[in-house]
Design a protein around this ligand. Sequence first.
Ligand code: FES
Ligand SMILES: [Fe+2]
Length: 338
Amino acid sequence: MTFIRNRWYVAAWDGEVGAAPLGRKICDENIVLYRKLDGTVVALRDACPHRLLPLSMGIREGDALRCRYHGLKIGADGTPDEMPLRNDPINKKVCVPVYPVTERHRFIWVWIGDAEKADVELVPDLWPCSAEGWTFDGGYTHVKCDYRLFVDNLMDLTHETYVHSTSIGQIELMESPLETRVEGDRVILSRWMPDVEPPPFWRTFLGKEGRVNRWQICEFIEPCSVIIDVGVSPVDAGDTLESHDSGVRGFVIDSMTPETETSCHYFWGMARNFATNDHGVTLRMKDQQNIVFGEDVEVLEAQQRSIAENPDMRLRVFNIDAGGAHARRVIERLMADG
Ligand code: FES
Ligand SMILES: [Fe+2]
């Protein structure tokens, strides 16, 4: 196994789950998600307990799902409300697993592992996605790679120069030192660029001329998220790596939920504390991110194929891979804890 059990994983964006059932494989488990009439989300194993037809092919009836094969009606608690022959006595022993599910930071989270250990306080703290004074939006991409390759990618900013040469790559980024540190289960990779000219994007939103301090701080949050704190503030504001709220600030949000050992669900977005009511900015950022991440996806899927085709070779760790290597060590340690 390559992922940590007993964790909350992003299963979907809040807007993806409605009345119609949505089937999605999370950590090798087929799950069906839908909203009940009261708006809360249900997550069940996506297999009818009769002949295993996916319940996501079923028909909504009230808060229940009716299987599209022989009509077994499964309630939100995973047990039958009605048998295929309506006169047959209801057999409550015939049931499907129910997953703990919660909604937070614009995402639907499911708990993989032992249901009795699910505690909503353990949902990863993606605070910029739901904090007052911040705007957050993004998208979803299915990616055919091990989610850990994605963590490696996001914890390594040096790839920007080549993978993103036509979009965001900038030589000056390579010149600023990167610092990696581990704090418990968190891995933080930071780059502080003091007294630089702001790139055009940031100058526009900062709304004034002059030199700035600029930062990029990647943080791995187990089990599978990376958030990247980016922004600029005027030099004379005196911001520091620890505290930098005097200018404009955004978080690139990435959560890579394992689907199988070699594929993942990539939930990406951008949270920002500037132009928060400007819907056009939201849409343009989303389009831009989609293009940039498309460049990563192309590389990651090719990397995954190459790994499969070269079983006699292994992944090497260079200095630039320190962030990803630390994150993988955290994952391994927590996997061993069960
Ligand atoms: S397979 Fe679902 S009712 Fe038969
Ligand atoms: Fe990238």
